[in-house]
Design a protein around this ligand. Sequence first.
Ligand code: TRP
Length: 335
Amino acid sequence: MKKDIVLTGITTTGTPHLGNYVGAIRPAINASQNANVSPFYFLADYHALIKCQEPERVRQSSLEIAAMWLALGLDTDNAVFYRQSDVPEILELTWLLTCVTSKGLMNRSHAYKSAVAENEQSAENDAEKGITMGLFSYPILMAADILLFNANKVPVGRDQLQHIEMTRDIAARFNHIYGEYFALPEAVIDGNGSILAGLDGRKMSKSYHNTIPLFESERMLKKLINKIKTNSIEPHEPKDTSDCTLFSMYKAFAKPDEVAEVERRYAEGIGWGEMKSMLFGKVNEEIAPARDRYKELLLQPDYIEEQLQIGAAKARTFSQPFMAELREAVGISRF
Ligand code: TRP
């Protein structure tokens, strides 16, 4: 059986939260321990430059996100774990792809269109204001990330679906012109529908400011869980588990028999205070060991660097020969 090549990147701005963890990171860590999968996970630091021009923030976020993957037990013997910028073939491929991508395709990108729409709302009457070529051609860089390793499965959030479709279009275009070099990747949408709700009950998302950061201190974790919005049904009154943020979060962390027990307690009328403290206990139990490792790892940047360099070397055993073939394919070679 041919192994699935599963590839995903995390943009190195900001801090991962429990929603990212449940929807994307935890499944990716589990997949890394599956011998039938060949995982490629990377820090998308070139993508970070599209939204962030604060060098220290990009550097710090890269370190934190790398430490997070390692702290959560990523199996680096099976998974290829690297920094995008350590694999220069990605940028080289980006150019080859840029030259087969129609501008019209990029005009349709949601990220670009929503930036234009926002500008059109403002009084200044400049639709292109602040839009860089990086933002505009972002989907081509992402296509290069994926196609360079011929990934067939790409786990992403729903918002990234269009980028995977564009990757397929770009790959098909290249294949049509130069021959069958690329596999067409498929998106795998986050966590089989287990989308975690945030503090206000809407989907947990950076843009809603309703997140619980993954490695928040124990004290802050408790405080944030206590802030989760509930209804005003009194203790001892029966409660509904459907549409309850506390319950759905509990379910994302507990075993089936524990969930059944909590369902029974809801019917009996568990108080929200008690439920919050049970939820804190469950989340903390799962996160605490990794949180401790994470803190230790942050103090060992040399170790993290070493892991990333091992990963980049592994990645390049694929990307260098493939890139040589692609260069040849387009007519760029020595005489
Ligand atoms: N653009 C993705 C995001 O913002 C991150 C990313 C970059 C990515 N390159 C990728 C995801 C390649 C999957 C495959 O979430």
